[in-house]
Design a protein around this ligand. Structure first.
Ligand code: HSE
Length: 436
């Protein structure tokens, strides 16, 4: 049988890794796929890069549209990233009857509903394993391996750059900017690194995870998104004293009232396996009603780990080229006409524990005022730390951990605490998840 011809859009970090893996592992890949897979064409703005990668026989162009319309190409691999022109290129590839593999989480999170519908109409596949947690086959695990389960919740460390920064802050006390620059140099960070540190990249990935876990359309605009820029080395240290690690977590949870979708820094008990996932590594914890908790761990970014997922998708597409489109694994795990219109909860209705840090006057009655505000709202305190004032200072740090509470009640309590004369500045709040 003739080999399948692949066209690559983009020869950056992941594009280069994909070209390398396809070449280096060609024989092993063909044995798995039942057919050869060749990189036939590649588009990149800088064709010098193709020379560096040793892409001798590959047809090269600086115009991605040439790949999308080339009659020989059966699978278009979109590794340009970003919303546009990735969306237009992918839709055109589908219209031209080509299967698509992409690592583009932004594209899938925002335009996936439109793209999947078009692919369904045209009978082609759009595969996106590399879009979530890099090399970890989490899409396949949830979509296929856990197909028997009603998934109750998913919690993941799904941005390697943010995890790397938090790990370095905890272990070495290194400054934020220096660690971020290093993550960029290593090819982990997004082209716009604010997507990593403001939580947008994790929100893209959580959008996808929530859809395949619960069978709901992709709804990026409903994810409550907070990044790690407000986390200080003091918070990291106080969390450690209380037996917790701070991780940037994406959480999607099914509740009686609807589905929670949120990404934010989170205190996790340090005895949990996921609390010990450090550096650029990712991990996703999935709770299914039949299987119980399952944990998936691996490299969430980088050239070869991400290429591992891209090439696995190319193999998957190659294997199913002849199968009936109606009987392929559905894009969002559930049949398109069976997606549910479940309510997504506003943040005020979500429930977590809280870590609170505040600066308060060191004088009698202060603690009583603070705890009265919490008690009046039925917010129970789980743990408490107060340090002696530093020499010459009249204020102290007070740190509280609360039991699980509705976010709306906590918002009211924090506003009331901030109005106290004895408390200066804003209260720092970080959510707590015990994940049991
Ligand atoms: N910027 C992403 C991260 C790359 O740091 O995890 C993988 O999506």
């Amino acid at each position: 049988m003739n080999p399948v011809k692949v066209g690559l859009l983009g020869l950056g970090t992941v594009g280069g890794g994909t070209a390398t893996v396809l070449k280096d592992n060609a024989d092993e890949i063909a044995r798995r796929a039942g057919r050869g897979i060749v990189l036939d064409m590649a588009a990149a703005l800088d064709l010098e890069r193709a020379v560096e990668l040793g892409l001798g026989d590959v047809r090269l162009t600086t115009d991605a549209w040439e790949v999308v319309k080339d009659p020989d190409i059966e699978i278009v691999v979109e590794l340009i990233g970003g919303y546009s022109p990735a969306r237009e290129l992918v839709l055109q590839a589908i219209d031209n009857g080509k299967h698509v593999v992409t690592a583009n989480k932004a594209l899938i999170a925002l335009h996936g509903n439109e793209i999947f519908q078009r692919a369904q109409e045209r009978g082609v596949m759009v595969a996106f394993e590399a879009a979530v947690a890099g090399g970890i086959p989490i899409i396949k695990a949830v979509r296929e391996g856990l197909a028997a389960n009603k998934i109750q919740w998913v919690a993941g460390i799904i941005n390697g750059t943010a995890n790397y920064i938090l790990t370095e802050m905890r272990d070495k006390g290194r400054p934020f900017d220096e660690v971020l620059a290093e993550a960029q140099a290593l090819g982990y960070a997004e082209a716009d690194p604010t997507f990593d540190i403001e939580g947008v990249d994790a929100a893209h990935k959580l959008t996808i995870l929530a859809s395949i876990a619960f069978g709901i359309p992709l709804q990026f605009d409903k994810v409550n998104t907070e990044g790690i820029t407000g986390i200080t080395t003091e918070d990291v240290a106080y969390a450690g004293e209380l037996g917790y690690r701070i991780k940037h977590l994406g959480v999607a949870r099914r509740t009686d009232g609807g589905i929670e979708m949120r990404v934010h820094p989170t205190l996790i008990p340090e005895r949990r396996l996921i609390a010990n996932v450090d550096g650029v590594m990712n991990a996703v914890l999935v709770q299914g009603d039949a299987v119980g908790p399952t944990l998936y761990y691996g490299a969430g970014a980088g050239a070869l780990p991400t290429a591992s997922a891209v090439v696995a998708d190319i193999v998957d597409v190659t294997r199913t080229l002849t199968s009936d489109p109606e009987n392929r694994v559905p894009h969002l795990a559930f049949q398109p006409d069976a997606l549910a219109d479940t309510r997504i909860l506003p943040m005020a209705e979500t429930q977590t524990g809280f870590y609170l840090r505040m600066r308060a006057k060191d004088q009698p009655g202060v603690l009583a005022e603070i705890t009265r505000i919490l008690g009046d709202r039925q917010i129970s305190i789980e743990a408490f730390v107060q340090k002696e004032p530093a020499a010459g200072e009249a204020e102290v740090d007070i740190i509280l951990l609360t039991q699980v509470v509705r976010e709306g009640a906590m918002n009211e309590a924090i506003a009331a605490i901030e109005r106290l004369d004895v408390v200066s500045g804003q209260v720092t709040r970080i959510r707590v998840e015990t994940l049991n």
